[in-house]
Every structure is written in structure tokens, then in C-alpha cells.
Design a protein around this ligand. Structure first.
Ligand SMILES: C[S@@+](CC[C@H](N)C(=O)[O-])C[C@H]1O[C@@H](n2cnc3c(N)ncnc32)[C@H](O)[C@@H]1O
Length: 230
């Protein structure tokens, strides 16, 4: 088997990416035939997954031009070029006025005040001090970007207040439920950037420490009207 080098290591997929892909594969029926959107498309590999699952069209948004270029290249190479677009910009802005049947995201939502994590772009993980810098506007804008019956499938750290996300979704008339939970390893260089207050609040709840090794709960969350999630 020929091994292809990862073209931009800073945008390489993570454990979160893998779990989100798993969550989407488990919901293949929601993807098939849908106009699909990913906010924060990075390498483009989640969009490629959606293409492989039979989405009718693919749209990605990323704030980093490098990610847009990489996504376009990957989708073209895999044969999804004609049915896809990747747009550069902030969150919902590039898709203003548009609605999608399936919206997905693995947003930067790590609670931190200093986003400088080695090997990644600063925009990769930085969720601001409470981790919700992008989650809140994502959930606020979601109802205006879903078609009737549309759904969202997102990665959601356990330590960034899932109940707040549930309340924001409810404000827009949407239910939120956990589809699956996994543990992610939190390496030292990431842990040392975590906002102190969040670490103190969540240790023993959604953050699990075994000596020097730290893990955290991460959920795949599904959002839609009650009828759409059944
Ligand atoms: C955690 S990475 C996920 C990348 C990819 N979806 C994956 O799962 O591998 C978050 C992505 O969101 C992008 N991003 C950060 N801030 C953004 C914003 N305001 N609007 C759109 N994309 C953003 C980053 O450039 C990065 O590609």
C-alpha cells in the first residue's frame, strides 16, 4: 500500500475528527441525498466522508485559507469537485441565507486563554476562556441554516457545559441529544493551556486523571427538531 504524506501536518485529523466521522457514518441515512455543510472544515476529510456517504452536495467553511485550499484539493482528488465548494470566512457568514439538511462541525472549543499549541494553527482549538467562543454562535445561528427536518451532528467536549448547549438549541426550537461518548486523551501541552477554572470545576466530573495521564469525555451530539431526531 502506497502511503501518501499528510499535506499540511497542522491540519491533520485528530481523535475528534475520527469520532465525528464515526458519528456521521452511524447516521448515513441522514447524510444520503442531503445538502451538507461543515463549519470549520480543516483538511476536508469530514466533507469527504459526507461525500462517500452520498450527500447531494458538500459545502465547507473555514477561516484559514490554507484549509480551504486543502479541502478543495482533497474533494477534487476524490471526485467530489463538481458537487462541492469550500468557502473562506467566519462561521455562518459565507453561507448567509442558505439552509442545509445536514450540518456538521468539530469546532475549536477547548477552553484556553493562550491558543499557542505547538504543531497546530492557533485557530485549531481555541474556544476562548470558557470554550464556547464558537459553540454559542454556532448554536445561535443553526436554526436559520437548517432545512425543515434538517439535523446537525457535532463534536462536543464534556467540559464545556453541555446543558448550556441544550438550552441554546431549545431556544431555537431544537432538541439536543448525545449520540455517543468517548474518552479523548488530553496531552500535557494541551492541558497546560486549559483555563484553570474549567479544569478545577471538571476534574472528577468530565475530566479523569490517572497520575500523569488525563482523559476527558467527548460527546457526539445530534441536534434537530424532536421529529427529525427520531
Ligand atoms: C478542530 S479543527 C477541525 C477541523 C476538521 N473539521 C477536522 O475535524 O479535522 C477546527 C477548524 O475550524 C476552523 N475555524 C476556526 N475558527 C473558525 C471560524 N470562526 N469560522 C470557520 N472556521 C473556523 C479552523 O481553521 C479548523 O480548521
Amino acid at each position: 500500500m502506497k502511503v501518501e504524506p499528510v499535506p499540511v501536518p497542522a491540519l491533520r485529523p485528530s481523535e475528534y475528527t475520527a469520532t465525528l466521522i464515526q458519528g456521521l457514518r452511524a447516521r448515513a441515512a441522514w447524510v444520503r441525498g442531503a445538502d451538507a455543510l461543515e463549519i470549520g472544515s480543516g483538511s476536508g476529510v469530514v466533507l469527504a466522508t459526507l461525500g462517500g456517504l452520498g450527500a447531494a452536495s458538500l459545502c465547507g467553511v473555514d477561516i484559514e485559507q490554507k484549509a480551504v485550499t486543502l479541502g478543495v484539493e482533497l474533494l477534487g482528488k476524490l471526485g467530489y469537485g463538481a458537487a462541492s465548494q469550500v468557502l473562506c470566512g467566519d462561521m455562518w457568514r459565507p453561507v448567509s441565507g442558505r439552509r442545509f439538511g445536514l450540518v456538521t462541525a468539530n469546532l475549536p472549543h477547548f477552553p484556553m486563554t493562550d491558543p499557542d499549541i505547538s504543531g497546530r494553527l492557533p485557530s485549531w482549538s481555541d474556544g476562548g476562556p470558557d470554550g464556547r467562543r464558537l459553540l454559542d454562535p454556532f448554536l445561535g445561528g443553526l436554526p436559520d441554516h437548517l432545512t425543515p427536518g434538517g439535523r446537525a451532528v457535532i463534536a462536543h467536549n464534556g467540559f464545556v457545559d453541555l446543558e448550556r448547549s441544550r438550552a441554546l438549541a431549545a431556544k431555537g426550537g431544537l432538541d439536543l441529544r448525545i449520540a455517543c461518548t468517548t474518552l479523548v486523551y488530553v496531552p500535557d501541552d494541551k492541558l497546560e493551556h486549559m483555563t484553570d477554572g474549567v479544569l478545577k470545576r471538571e476534574e472528577g466530573r468530565s475530566i479523569h486523571r490517572y497520575g500523569p495521564y488525563v482523559f476527558a469525555d467527548m460527546h457526539i451530539v445530534e441536534i434537530g427538531t424532536a421529529g427529525a431526531l427520531n
